[in-house]
Ligand binder design. Sequence first.
Ligand code: E4P
Length: 217
Amino acid sequence: MKFFVDTADVDAIRELNDLGLVDGVTTNPSLIAKSGRDILEVTKEICDMVDGPVSAEVVATEYEAMIEEGRKLAEIAPNIAIKVPLTLDGLRACKTFTSEGQMVNVTLCFSANQALLAAKAGATFISPFVGRLDDLNIDGLELIADIRQIYDNYGYETQILAASIRSANHMSDCAKIGADVATAPPAVIKGMANHVLTDKGLAAFLSDAEKAGIKIV
Ligand code: E4P
């Protein structure tokens, strides 16, 4: 499973990139606003740092305006994936962009039917939001499993990009189901390294090493 980082914080992306944990980045208007930076400037900086796809989202809601914004975003770098919302205008824009060879991430997916439409529109990525469904007591992981089954039934090549990931358990659950990608905030990805027995075991090893005077260099 590929790891995308869900943030527009360049320092956080750099830290994870140095660990080899970044296969791509996703942003959205809320994350850009949180960064306090100009969308074109911060997105360019991210694209220069990361080899994989960097999703940048349009803010227009009508087809023509989405096309204009998407083309502007695509000029930033070759690794831009234009992010469009899962609306009829967004699906039409998806079809236009993909027919031009552009990567497209269709976002705000909350049902299997929406994911089916995105695949038929030729989306590169579909972004089902796990955490926001869980917030409503609807099983977000079940949606990932349903989309996996539907895409596999027909050989759709659209990649399932599990989004709105809130915990390390979400990451391993998405991997078990077979999501192609999961995008998560930096803290969730770093948190995957944590285990109380690792901390306890390391403390014991270090204590024994000190008592025995073990020195390596
Ligand atoms: C996906 O691309 C979105 O940017 C993101 O995963 C949404 O997550 P949230 O529901 O935690 O805001």
